[in-house]
Design a protein around this ligand. Structure first.
Ligand code: SF4
Ligand code: SF4
Length: 164
């Protein structure tokens, strides 16, 4: 059965950019501990209603940053050298970050599972950067992410309504 929050986001995401920007602007003014605590709570509540396996928007649309530590860990599991892994799976993007070289991610499976889930890059573990009391620190990411991630779209709205 389609997920109600994901379907709602799909219907509205293309016309919501101005509204998203206004919400982020309001929340920026409230950045700090209280906002981060609320965001952590709302993050958990929204992810109780959204199963990432029904979505995979991030794995499909945004190549994650892969750090040297990630490369060492994943290459070892694959029985490859870090250089072999880098040549096969990574590239450098326009910001100079080392990222996966393809979208959808080469490790995304047909059922939306990650074939390297237990050893996936740190960036994948942290996405969408709305919990761990890191919400204020990652404020610049929330606007673009609201167009990619239905959870971020709903988290922003719920926080905004509770902060008013
Ligand atoms: S490594 Fe796994 S979690 Fe990260 S983008 Fe690829 S499929 Fe998604
Ligand atoms: S885009 Fe958001 S909701 Fe979709 S899979 Fe990624 S984290 Fe989960």
């Amino acid at each position: 059965m389609p997920n109600a929050l994901i379907e709602d986001w799909k219907r509205k995401k293309d016309i919501a950019s101005t509204e998203n920007a206004e919400i982020v602007k309001r929340l920026k003014r409230k950045a700090g501990k209280q906002l981060d605590q609320l965001a952590d709570e709302v993050h958990d509540a929204v992810f109780k209603k959204i199963d990432c396996l029904d979505c995979a928007g991030c794995c499909t649309g945004i190549p994650p940053i892969v750090t040297k530590t990630d490369v060492t860990r994943i290459a070892k599991d694959f029985g490859m050298t870090p250089t072999e892994f880098e040549r096969k799976y990574l590239t450098v993007d326009e910001d100079g970050d080392t990222v996966m070289n393809a979208t959808p991610c080469p490790f995304l499976e047909v059922d939306n599972k990650c074939s390297i889930y237990e050893i996936r890059p740190r960036a994948c573990r942290q996405y969408p950067h709305t919990n761990y009391l890191d919400f204020s620190k990652n404020m610049r990411l929330h606007l673009p992410n609201a167009s990619v991630c239905p959870a971020v779209y709903h988290i922003l709205r719920e926080i905004d309504s509770r902060m008013r």
